[in-house]
Design a protein around this ligand. Structure first.
Ligand code: T3D
Length: 258
């Protein structure tokens, strides 16, 4: 199985599982990942996702043996990328937080898969590589959208054109990811963070995610209106009522995700 799913209390851990190829992506693996995310979405017990890789890598991007030009001509990359793009769209629209635990190198589409997640933790010894320019391609699966927004246009251009490894610590300094963590503590930290998010006000977190994404294209006026509408929605949840009650009663809130 190229994608494994572990059920934990409150969340699912999804593991890219082709360790002998550094979890390089194939079309079938993209489909399996999409299916795993879609299935998690239908489980009312699942209120967060943790995405990581098996073995020593997070993901080395597209499996290049699958897309070799042949004597008959170049491969048709569009259907392949439509498949991966569906995964990125699903990650962004999932109504629950998604954490990436980048346990080893994240290259090409693998790097941008991680960047599509809501919160990215990475082991300190690992690196992010926009490897595309090394093989004559452009950053894809959202790379050209995420990079300038996360690190600014100057750094985005250098990352895209130089294809040099960016250490996890530098990635955190630059705001590309949330945190670089000691390697041996990465999974424990990522699981604790995901479990914590799984106990959060799931609808409120999903609405915050929606508002932040919309802010990328909205004017301030549009965003103020959107915040008003989404806040009204959040304010109608049981979790909001519980949050306020817990505050007034000076106790931790017990959110149920509704
Ligand atoms: O047409 C399209 O491609 C459309 C989609 C594009 C999206 C993309 O993601 S393009 C970018 C694709 N990815 C890359 O170019 C990265 C290729 N890999 C590397 O540069 C290096 O493997 C790493 C820097 C990621 C790690 O280096 P290292 O030295 O730690 O490991 P290694 O020895 O290179 O790799 C270990 C094995 O995994 C090795 O196989 P072997 O020799 O033991 O049989 C290597 O060939 C294999 N592997 C690593 N990455 C890929 C791969 N096999 C197929 N595809 C890969 N992407």
């Amino acid at each position: 199985m190229t994608v494994l799913v572990e059920k934990h209390p409150g969340y699912r851990q999804i593991i890219l599982n082709r360790p002998e190829r550094l979890n390089a992506l194939t079309a079938a693996m993209g489909g399996a990942l999409l299916a795993a995310l879609s299935e998690a979405e239908t489980d009312p017990e699942c209120r967060a996702i943790l995405l990581t890789g098996a073995g020593r890598a997070f993901c080395a991007g597209q499996d290049l043996t699958e897309v070799m030009p042949t004597k008959d001509g170049p491969p048709n990359l569009k259907p392949l990328l439509d498949g991966y793009n569906a995964v990125i769209r699903k990650l962004r629209s999932l109504e629950m937080p998604v954490v990436a635990a980048v346990n080893g190198v994240a290259a090409g589409a693998g790097a941008n898969l991680a960047l599509a997640c809501d919160i990215v933790l990475a082991g300190k010894s690992t690196s992010f590589i926009q490897a595309f320019a090394r093989i004559g391609l452009i950053p894809d699966v959202g790379g050209t959208w995420f990079l300038p927004r996360l690190v600014g246009p100057a750094r985005a251009r250098a990352l895209a054109m130089l294809a040099e490894p960016l250490s996890a610590e530098r990635a955190a300094e630059w705001g590309l990811i949330w945190q670089a963590v000691d390697d041996e503590k990465l999974m424990e930290a990522a699981q604790a963070l995901t479990a914590r998010l799984a106990q959060g006000p799931t609808i409120g977190l999903a609405l915050a995610k929606r508002a932040l994404d919309a802010a990328e294209t909205n004017t301030l006026d549009q965003q103020l209106d959107l915040e008003r509408d989404l806040q009204d929605e959040a304010g109608r949840t049981g979790d909001y009522a519980e949050g306020v009650r817990a505050f007034l009663e000076k106790r931790p809130a017990k959110f149920i995700g509704r």
